[in-house]
Design a protein around this ligand. Structure first.
Ligand SMILES: C[S@@+](CC[C@H](N)C(=O)[O-])C[C@H]1O[C@@H](n2cnc3c(N)ncnc32)[C@H](O)[C@@H]1O
Length: 187
């Protein structure tokens, strides 16, 4: 069976992230991507996770506790991802963005195009050759289409000599399934 966007995002990161690497979860939410990344980079690596909602940090701490996982290699940061360059100064192998609102949380708190694109640009500035930035774009909510269109324009204009940009989506499914974009740095 074909991977859905979430499964494929993890596949794309599993292929390139090694123990000891530094990575970013730009939208921590309930912590599932943070947990996944923390397992990939292991105790010698580092995960920087961002969210504007305190509830996300609480949910993530609870998830790690529930899974008996330590947060030793994780930095939970209560800040917008457009502050990435204030917190992450070392080269990164990967970053993941899950755009939209916190599932089970406040649906009025959503990601916005200007800060999302600024965060993607800041992640690109830190990205190692061969590294990947994954954007899982949910766009069924108010404001979602606008963010998707602005991101698509931004990603489509990246120089093909430096980046390979992929769009992965199911075109025959109802209810706006997420669209995955992947930016890989070539050189
Ligand atoms: C779709 S959810 C993320 C789901 C998460 N990856 C998970 O595994 O549960 C989107 C999250 O982005 C957060 N968010 C919204 N604006 C943000 C911003 N400017 N910086 C960081 N996080 C933001 C929301 O609070 C929400 O928790």
């Amino acid at each position: 069976m074909l991977d859905n966007a979430m499964q494929y995002s993890h596949q794309l990161l599993t292929e390139i992230v090694q123990p000891g690497d530094v990575v970013i979860d730009a939208t921590m939410g309930n912590g599932h991507d943070t947990l996944f990344l923390s397992e990939l980079v292991q105790s010698t690596g580092r995960v920087f996770s961002f969210d504007v909602q305190k509830a996300a940090l609480e949910q993530t701490r609870a998830l790690f506790e529930h899974q008996h996982q330590t947060l030793i290699n994780v930095e939970l940061i209560h800040a917008s991802h457009d502050q990435i360059d204030h917190y992450v100064t070392e080269p990164i192998t990967g970053a993941i963005f899950n755009l939209g609102y916190l599932p089970g949380g406040d649906k009025s708190i959503i990601t916005h195009p200007t800060s999302t694109i600024s965060a993607v640009q800041q992640s690109l500035n830190q990205l190692k050759i061969g590294g990947r930035i994954i954007l899982v774009c949910y766009y069924g909510h108010p404001g979602g289409q606008e963010e998707l269109q602005q991101l698509l324009s931004f990603v489509a204009e990246l120089d093909q000599h430096h980046y390979s940009c992929l769009r992965y989506e199911f075109i025959n499914q109802i209810n706006n399934p997420p669209i995955l974009l992947c930016i890989e740095r070539k050189k």
